[in-house]
Ligand binder design. Structure first.
Ligand code: CIR
Length: 281
């Protein structure tokens, strides 16, 4: 794989957020009782994996007032050195952007775009960046005005809205598993979303289909693929080993985060920070 193709997936920093106690009882969409200690262990392993792939990880403290604060992906989209602060679609999550704004501006010194349209809603989980173009899920969390805000924040890339009816977010059903490679679940819903993407796309993509929906959410960064472990999803893990062994594969166990619809992408914001001119002069 040449360096040019890899570059949109090269990162220097990641933002994550520790798990609050309130996650156990008050996270949105909890499907089963959570083992908090286990959840924290799994999250720590995930953060360790991000560090191992060379990222400088900024760990935000747990925010008890926001049980879903660990799902940082939903509150900001960072691309090409610019951050777009979202307007999360669920009312309980609206104020998660406050602290994130400070971190993006003061800690990472990124230009931060705010969404002016008060009717817009946008969750980062609905934003798929392929390295060449954006797809944005129109879901229960993201509306047309939110999709327009994304398009105007990053005018250098095509931005295509895709209807998402049965899943929480667009990236619940598909994610990037390498340059020009989409990893997708095999449910009829996931397959019809993929078809819509293929129909509307400006560029062409290869696909890798996995039999477990939750395994379709992977993180590709710095030549490494973080994917759900064989212990959780053996058949999908086998597919990663067979088809994507070109990458350094890092299995991650995430059962306790999945219980609140958490996925691998949603627990970090990946950033490539280039040197400031003032630092090299
Ligand atoms: C929520 O419902 O907002 C959280 N419990 C889960 C958010 C998952 N976010 C994501 O996949 N981007």
């Amino acid at each position: 794989m040449d360096r040019q193709a890899m570059s949109p997936f090269r990162y220097t920093h990641a933002i994550v957020c520790r798990i609050p106690d309130s996650y156990k009882t008050a996270a949105l969409g909890l499907s089963e009782p959570v083992d908090l200690a286990k959840a924290r262990k799994q999250h720590e392993m995930y953060v360790a994996a991000l560090r191992e792939i060379g990222l400088d990880v900024i760990e935000l403290p747990a925010d008890e007032k926001h049980p879903d604060c660990l799902f940082v992906e939903d509150v900001a989209v960072v691309c090409n050195g610019t951050a777009l602060l979202t307007r999360p679609g669920h009312p309980n999550r609206k104020n998660e952007t406050e602290y994130m704004r400070t971190i993006l501006k003061n800690e990472l010194e990124l230009p931060v775009i705010e969404i002016e349209d008060k009717k817009a809603t946008l969750d980062g989980g609905d934003v798929l960046f392929t390295g060449k173009e954006f797809f944005v899920g129109l879901s229960s969390r993201t509306n047309q005005a939110g999709a327009c805000a994304l398009a105007s924040a990053f005018p250098e890339f095509p931005c295509t809205p895709i209807k998402v009816e049965k899943s929480l977010h667009l990236k619940t059903v598909l994610t990037m598993a390498g340059p020009d490679v989409i990893c997708v679940g095999n449910t009829p819903d996931a397959q019809s979303i993929l078809k819509r993407i293929e129909r509307e796309a400006t560029f062409r993509y290869q696909t890798v289909t996995v039999p477990d929906m939750h395994a379709a959410n992977v993180v590709f960064a710095n030549g490494v693929l973080l994917h759900r472990s064989a212990e959780e999803y053996p058949e999908s893990a086998k597919i990663f080993e067979e088809k994507l062994s070109l990458w350094n594969l890092k299995p991650v166990t995430f059962s306790e985060l999945e219980k609140a619809n958490g996925s691998l992408t949603c627990c970090s914001i990946l950033i490539r920070k280039t040197r400031h001119l003032k630092n090299i002069m």
